[in-house]
Design a protein around this ligand. Structure first.
Ligand code: HEC
Ligand code: HEC
Length: 330
């Protein structure tokens, strides 16, 4: 999602240059007032919210103070949900911070209403009306059901306040103007997909889990037609000789997951259990990745099975990918 989102925004620029910038300078982003609904807290909701926050939707991974020098960015002690900074080596168009999501009143969300939090998550608009950079995946989270986004808010309210002020993201010109076109209000109810329909539910999880974003290659900033989930998106740490490329998740027999069975798929997600429990090794060209393996260690087997069932229904695409192109011997 990192460099790729930058490219997405840059792609938009090419389309709109030539008179477009003047227009964008004065453009008002599409936004609606935050809803006034208050989220009911039930034990079920808190549990669901925590699960989405920590595992499926990677909120904790992207909003915690993490150790960039170790495999899959483990969360530092006392760093949970206090926000983070992205290293400039990732080549993003600006200086990127994610805010503190704890209930601290000064530096976190303590003074936000439930509706303001929901609007930020699904519509990309901060409390004061500032447009969020789509590294925050609100373009995918807009598909998150009302139940799930409310569960998230219920849980986030219980994260103990931790005072940590993050700087506000600075987006370079002219990308700062371009992103004004990205937010879209969610104007109708978003129902929860039927959990018994494994394929539909797996598709839903793969969208809010970021699988689609990272595993679909982009060209000139847009998803390549016909290549959904076919892998090949490259994420690089400039000057550090490390890169990872997303794998082909379509059921092609030679280059994708066509010959994988369910157990093999689940084993991939179970293999980093020790790492998730505090033993993540230093990053090297051989293991460097942006795939949030440590968060995904917490995804339930039943949900992984649903994702696998969904991936198996995709059109097989022949697309060979080398996932660690800068590893020695490659
Ligand atoms: C890929 C990384 C990433 C993921 C995943 C992510 N966020 Fe964010 N989030 C960000 C960044 C970066 C910003 C700040 C963007 C900006 O300032 O333009 C942000 C902003 C926000 C804001 C706005 C706060 C403010 O002060 O304006 C909220 C609320 C939020 N995220 C909640 C969540 C929740 C809840 C989840 C999980 C459902 C989540 N985020 C997942 C990166 C992420
Ligand atoms: C932030 C980007 C990102 C997200 C989000 C992401 N992936 Fe990945 N994924 C990658 C990259 C890059 C690799 C290759 C490096 C590696 O194996 O860690 C990868 C590797 C994989 C592999 C291993 C393939 C192999 O070589 O054995 C599987 C399986 C996979 N991803 C499935 C998923 C699923 C399912 C989801 C959603 C639940 C997902 N990914 C979300 C970036 C991502």
């Amino acid at each position: 999602m990192l460099k790729k989102l930058a490219l997405l925004v840059l792609g938009l620029i090419v389309v709109t240059l030539g008179g477009g910038l003047a227009y964008l300078t004065f453009k008002k982003p599409a936004m609606q007032p935050a809803s006034t609904r208050e989220v009911q807290r039930t034990p079920e909701r808190l549990a669901r919210g925590k699960y989405l926050f920590d595992a499926v939707a990677n909120c904790a991974d992207c909003h915690s103070d993490v150790d960039w020098t170790r495999f899959a960015t483990p969360i530092k002690e006392n760093g949970y949900a206090v926000g983070r900074h992205w290293p400039p080596e990732l080549g993003l168009p600006g200086d990127f911070y994610s805010p503190n999501l704890t209930s601290d009143k000064d530096t976190g969300l303590g003074n936000w209403t439930d509706g303001e939090i929901i609007r930020a998550i699904r519509e990309g608009v901060s409390r004061d009306g500032r447009v969020l950079f789509p590294l925050m995946p609100y373009t995918e989270f807009r598909n998150m059901s009302d139940d799930d986004v409310e569960a998230l808010v219920a849980y986030m309210r219980t994260i103990p306040a931790a005072s940590r002020r993050q700087e506000i993201t600075k987006v370079n010109f002219p990308v700062d103007l371009m992103i004004k076109s990205v937010p879209q209000p969610v104007t109708s109810p978003v129902p929860m997909p039927d959990k018994n329909d494994r394929v539909a539910y797996g598709r839903y999880l793969s969208i809010i889990g970021g699988c689609r974003t990272c595993h679909t290659p982009t060209e000139h900033g847009s998803p390549k037609p016909g290549m959904e989930y076919a892998g090949g998106e490259r994420f690089e740490l400039a000057g550090k000789n490390m890169a990872s490329v997303s794998y082909n998740l379509t059921p092609n027999n030679n280059t994708g997951i066509g010959t994988w069975d369910e157990k093999q798929f689940l084993d991939k997600f179970h293999q980093f259990k020790d790492y998730a429990e505090g033993k993540a090794p230093p990053i090297t060209p051989e293991n460097f990745t942006v795939m949030p393996w440590l968060s995904f260690n917490g995804v339930e087997d039943d949900d992984l099975k649903a994702i696998f069932a969904f991936l198996k229904t995709l059109k097989p695409v022949e697309h060979a990918v080398v996932t660690r192109p800068l590893a020695s011997g490659k």
